[in-house]
Write a protein of this length. Structure first.
Length: 113
């Protein structure tokens, strides 16, 4: 047990360090000022941490939305380029034989005609 170091401001009881570690006076039940102040500080710290967390979550959501938009845009561009490559390949494979046939036919007509 410790020696008395302080008195209760409400009832005047002598308090030891063990008594001061409690949230309120063991004799009259009055909440100690340092305990009340610590509770207020804890509440303020909790609010600050919640605000910081909300701000960070908002930033993360914005980053993810932006990344998703960029990914969707690049995916759309790749699909667009691939589509037109396929169109060119199909057109060339269909039209090239007709064009070659037309050249051969034209050459034949010029030689025989």
């Amino acid at each position: 047990m410790y020696e008395p170091v302080q008195t209760c401001k409400h009832c005047g009881a002598t308090l030891t360090l063990d008594d001061l570690r409690q949230p309120n006076c063991g004799y009259c039940g009055t909440v100690f000022p340092h305990q009340a102040m610590a509770a207020q500080h804890a509440q303020v710290v909790g609010q600050v941490l919640r605000q910081m967390h909300q701000a960070q979550m908002h930033q993360a959501q914005m980053y993810l939305a932006q990344s998703h938009a960029q990914l969707a845009n690049s995916r759309e561009q790749r699909l667009h380029r691939t589509f037109w490559k396929i169109v060119r390949i199909v057109v060339m494979t269909i039209l090239a034989p007709f064009f070659i046939f037309a050249l051969i036919l034209l050459k034949h007509c010029l030689v025989t005609g």
